[in-house]
Design a protein around this ligand. Sequence first.
Ligand SMILES: Nc1ncnc2c1ncn2[C@@H]1O[C@H](COP(=O)(O)OP(=O)(O)O)[C@@H](O)[C@H]1O
Ligand SMILES: O=P(O)(O)OC[C@H](O)CO
Length: 511
Amino acid sequence: MIRPTFVGAIDQGTTSSRFLIFNQRGEVVALHQLEFQQHYPHPGWHEHDPEELISSVEACVDGAVVEFEKQGHTREQIVAVGITNQRETTVVWDKTTGKALHNAIVWTDTRSQELVRKLKHRIGSSELISRCGLPLSTYPSISKLLWLIENVIEVKEAYEKGTLAFGTVDSWLAYKLNGGAARNIHVTDPSNASRTMLMNLEALDYDSELIDWFRIDPKKVTLPKIVRSSDTEAYGSLASTSLKGTKITGCLGDQSAALVGQKGFTAGLAKNTYGTGCFLLYNVGPKPVISTHGLLTTVAFDFGEGKRMYALEGSIAVAGSSVKFLVDNFGFIESSSKLSALAEEVEDNGGCTFVTAFSGLFAPYWIDDARGTIFGITSYTQRGHIARATLEATCFQTQAILRSMEKDSGKPLTELAVDGGMCNSDLIMQTQSDFIGIPVNRPAMRETTALGAAIAAGLAVGVWNSFEDLDNVNSEGRTIFQPQISEAEASKRFARWEKAVQMSKGWLNDE
Ligand SMILES: Nc1ncnc2c1ncn2[C@@H]1O[C@H](COP(=O)(O)OP(=O)(O)O)[C@@H](O)[C@H]1O
Ligand SMILES: O=P(O)(O)OC[C@H](O)CO
């Protein structure tokens, strides 16, 4: 009897790690998920313990394999593993010892604000985007790496000695899960490398002019080798866990993975993922398109010749994290899933607009000096109004991003595919459809990010041989939310939001 094959996916997100096992139909047969600790040592700082990222992933692999074997399968049926990860988050380690030299600086972290402000004055700063697709801000990995080299003695020493290794979370995971310094697998894929500001978008390799511009000495810091998102050799294999010996054959940044999981393989398709942050990726085809309206250009995926695509991206720094903020900091609700119920206690936002600029505002505004601000509070304001204003903030930013995307691409989107934690709320998805005036299409199987990593890994080893083989994957049971308010009403509400954004500017100007 031929036993079916399965693919594993490590999904290392901002708030939790997961391991999922998919069958060839793209169905989840086993899943294990663990939250890990968030460290906020100062206002605007956000760190993860790199060792905890690894141990949580290892525990998830073991947990899911136990569940898988309880169903009568054997671990040998898992033929490959893919990695997907929170992007930009920066890890530095000593390549001789394999030990991390500092906590990982998370993508949301704004400590490099002053450094970025100075860099913006350096000649050529406005031209960087045409090479790497990203504008200068605290968001890309480079600002975090420069801050670490300038401010952390151990990192500076390793840099001077030439033993410093840099990686985004995918590189760190591949390195450690392969056994660290012993095997020294130090790689990344173009979707992750395109978030550093050091990769040339066309060449899909490090750009010596960018490296020079940032005044990094490439002899003193080892950058991960950039390899395809799907590869049978480069990512090595798991050196520990119950899947010891299983090859890692796929790697994608989480937003690229979600695009792949939604099967956004061709130009013109888009998805929006409502996780900790919210990220809209629009496939623009095999050539990069540089935005002139506040969006980023990123590598969508690189599955080899003819299967390499770019995306325009609208990044929102705060989405699900604003919901978590109401839970953890204010105790408004006991869990995120209760947000909709609280918001439904009232009819509307009661005149409140919440600009959730906890890390400044990302796309399409790029306002570093804004911070979270609630406008319109009166004695009438209830917790339900704040709940509504909170969920609306993500929907308004998506609306702003779509307007920019239309201007950059010249084509209005006709439907938006969605996924991520916040999309579990019908109210949020209905609000989103109302604001953008097009249908919002939600899959029944919402683990699209992990599915994307599994697809990247499975394509490498022949679980699927082409995109066409994936036609029936994740296509059934989708829910469509249709707009229920007029365009005029949507525009009126959006104008209010834009006014609030303008008023939130400059809060940190005097610091
Ligand atoms: N029903 C819900 N309503 C609103 N927000 C939700 C709901 N369920 C989860 N979330 C939010 O989604 C986020 C988690 O989504 P997820 O896609 O797992 O994120 P990540 O990959 O960034 O860790 C959390 O910030 C949580 O607040
Ligand atoms: O953790 P998420 O899903 O919000 O994604 C994080 C992004 O990759 C940051 O760019």
